[in-house]
Structures are given as structure tokens and as C-alpha cells.
Design a protein around this ligand. Sequence first.
Ligand SMILES: [Zn+2]
Length: 321
Amino acid sequence: MPSSRRDFMKTAAAAFAVTAAGVLPDRAAAATPPVDKDLEGVIEMHVHADPDVRARCVDQLTLTQQCQRNGYRAILYKCHDFCTADNAYLLRSMVPGIEVFGGIVLNLNYGPKVNVQAARMATKITGRYCRCIWMPTYQSAFDMRGKGTPGVPVLDESGKVLPEVVKVMELCRDENIIFATGHSSPEECVILSSKAKEVGVAKFVVTHSTQAPWLLSMDQARKCLENGAYLEHCVLPWYKGQHSLLPKYFNARQTTMKEFAGYIALDPSRQFLATDCGMARMPGPVDAMRDFIHGLRDAGVSEKDLDTVSRRVAAGLLGLD
Ligand SMILES: [Zn+2]
């Protein structure tokens, strides 16, 4: 079948599916050119949306449409408890014109140890849109410290990277997808980055590297970069502190735009932006991305570096270029 006809059938099927679900297809809005040049071609590398087990401000279908309308090139969904690569396959046929990817976080849902089998199966889901395997997040050994349960560890007692974690590194190397640190501690991130270098992982990412309590010191950031890591910067901690909309963030540490800019200056070619938004009662992910880009510009990040951290690095990590 010629591709134009195939595309038409795909679009028609998607429109039918959306209408059948009781939501009108957003055709007119999709034809409107993006109004904000800053968002054109950007890539969202860390965002949460419904369906989820935590309260979110938007669902994946609505957010994918919003991002597409605003000219985004791609979006990578993260869920702490379930794989998102399967939904990525469906979202692509429902919202043409944007690349959608997913991944898996190896939290307790997949067992008390990092589950290599779950990671391997995620890479095989229809479409092969799994682009990231995250180490444990809310149930990491670091996040569970002092809570009476051990959490899912990445290192053994002597500080060595556990064999199952090395196996996931090998999987990410062989599939050429991202291995991300999740909620590993800053010290663990440095150790993991040096192991990843030894294993030959090309796409090793330190997740929200500028967000307390996972915040890397400048020295740790340099060490990770020397080991070939990429640093992810999420705007979420900029919304933390006394001015936050969420009471639970009032006493949390804010990361300022100047601080983000300081890390980016280390080596923009190995760092990228994301929002980590989608949480209920917080700014929506598209507005958050806009805040991030405008804020970094005001903090002195050059147009060239903004382009690198909002588009180019992420495109390479997702295998788009
Ligand atoms: Zn997150």
C-alpha cells in the first residue's frame, strides 16, 4: 500500500477511535501553527500523565495533542509503576505528527530487586518505542532510607554495582537506549556512571541531576560527565520553596535558573531539559517547558545552548537523528 494511503487509513482509524471514545478529534487545533517558537521542535524527556496511580493534571492523550499543537518533536512518558512503551504505540496512531516514546521504571512493582526480565520485555513491546530504563525511583534504596524497608537497591553493601543492574546496563547498551539513574543517590550516580562507562553504555543519564535530594554537587556532575554521562535537568524544583502552589513543597529546596545555567555551562552537549511535571495542582507540562526555556534565557544561557539542551541532545538520546 502506498504510504499516503496507509497514513490516511491510520489517521481515519485514529479519528474513529477517538470519536468512539467520546472525545472529538482535535483537527482544527492541530492545523494551527505553533505560536511560541521556543517550543517548536523541543523534546519533553521526563513527564507524567494519566493513566497513573498518582494524581495527575492531564492524561497522555490530551498532553500528546497539546505538545503536537505546540510544535514539539517528541515526548517520552514516565510512570513510576507501569511501563509506558505500550501506550506510546497507541498514542502515535491517535496523534500523528509527534514522536511518542515510553520506558519502564524498575520499582517494587517488578519485584524487590532490579528486574532484568521486565526491562527486557519492555524493549520488545510492539513498535519498540521503549527508549529508557530507569533505576528505582520512589522505592529506591536511597528514597526508602530511614523508612524501615530496604527499597530496591542498585549497589551491594560494599558499594559495588549489583549484577542485575549491570545486566540492565548491558541491555541498554545492546538496544542503544537510555539507562537512567532514577532516584539513586548522588554518590550512587557517580559509581553507576563509572560502571556504565566500563560496560560501554552510550546513553547513560543522571535523572533530574539538579533536584534535591538527588542533586549532584558541581564536582559530582563533572565526574559523571567525565564518565560519559548525560545530565537531565527538570524544571520541577524551580517551582519548589515558599512560593510553591503545593504546601508539601513549601520547605523543599528550590533550584534557581542561575543554578541550572551553571550546570549547563559545564558542557551543554551532554545535558538536556525536561519538566518532570504532570503532577496535579502544579503547572501543566507545556507551560512548564515554556517557563524553563524563558527562565534559562533570562539567566544568560545562549540561544545556541538553549537549542542544544531543548532539542539536539534529546534527539540523539531517542535515536531521532
Ligand atoms: Zn518524574
